[in-house]
Design a protein. Structure first.
Length: 210
């Protein structure tokens, strides 16, 4: 929440998605709305209830930790994401991610370094391997994470990686599933297979009788 003050204008704003950068996005939206004659009450209501699928999206899981889904799939977006979540001072910050195949290898090294440096624990897994060997992709990520001495584990199957994250989460943790975001598929050897991380989380919770 923040208070907006201007000439003849003062009201509170709550933004429905976390992160300081979303405050700046909200300010731009507020300015536009006010110029178009939209009243403060309507602006406040809209911003409080705004949600963007796959962008810092809260996913109901277990009450003792916070689980989010985000589309961060390159170095810049992953660094912004983890810095944002770190500002909430979690007991641990856990990052689960992989890297896409048929894309620049440098991205893998960079993302590994960033997660190793900013997260307390990293779970390396598959994203969209496309035409590449998933093991080789993860090895590239490891080259970035190892020099940081950040703690990590490798679990190739993304479903099993998510299960592991949920089962090992501790009170006060913030855990993020990074890279897939709004996508509802996994691409392997030219075929897209259905994969929705929200459904996977629900299935894990059901199997745990939670």
């Amino acid at each position: 929440m923040f208070r907006l003050r201007g000439p003849g204008l003062e009201f509170d704003i709550t933004v429905g998605v976390p992160g300081e950068f979303n405050v700046y996005n909200a300010l731009a939206a507020i300015s536009t709305c006010l110029l178009l004659g939209v009243g403060p009450d309507a602006v406040s209501l809209a911003l409080e209830n705004i949600r963007v699928k796959g962008r810092l999206e809260f996913v109901p899981a277990l009450p003792h930790f916070t689980l989010l889904i985000d589309y961060a799939h390159n170095a810049v977006s992953l660094e912004n994401l983890l810095n944002t979540l770190r500002s909430y001072q979690p007991a641990r910050l856990i990052c689960l991610f992989g890297c896409g195949g048929n894309r620049a290898r440098r991205r893998r090294f960079e993302m590994g370094e960033i997660s190793g440096r900013l997260a307390d624990f990293t779970i390396l897994t598959e994203d969209n391997p496309r035409d590449e060997d998933p093991e080789e992709i993860i090895k590239d990520i490891e080259q970035g994470i190892k020099p940081t001495e950040g703690k990590y584990v490798k679990i190739h199957d993304r479903r099993e990686a998510i299960r592991y994250m949920i089962e090992t989460a501790q009170p006060g943790d913030i855990a993020v599933l990074a890279g897939k975001g709004h996508e509802q598929y996994q691409e392997i050897r030219g075929t897209k297979y259905h994969m929705d991380e929200r459904e996977i989380v629900a299935d894990v919770l059901k199997s745990l009788n939670r």
